[in-house]
Design a protein around this ligand. Structure first.
Ligand SMILES: [Zn+2]
Length: 70
């Protein structure tokens, strides 16, 4: 099975007392407008956590197997 790539990203929450920061801290969610550029820190598989640029990324996803063991 193939890896399910996700990107860990940085999203600005504003300076000082910010309603955006308050909401994100309370709910763990933030809605952005489409076409907003964000900084992606890292791309990895959401299932098995292998990094996109890791050699192991060439192997099939082991997430399902790891989940059964854990
Ligand atoms: Zn994977």
């Amino acid at each position: 099975m193939g890896h399910q790539w996700v990107g860990a990203a940085l999203v600005g929450m504003g300076r000082g007392h910010s309603g955006r920061a308050e909401h994100a801290a309370r709910t763990g969610r933030h809605v952005m407008r489409a076409a907003t550029r964000i900084e992606v820190l890292e791309v990895y598989c959401g299932t098995c956590r292998v990094r996109y640029d890791d050699r192991q990324a060439l192997a099939p996803c082991t997430g399902a197997v790891a989940a059964r063991i854990a």
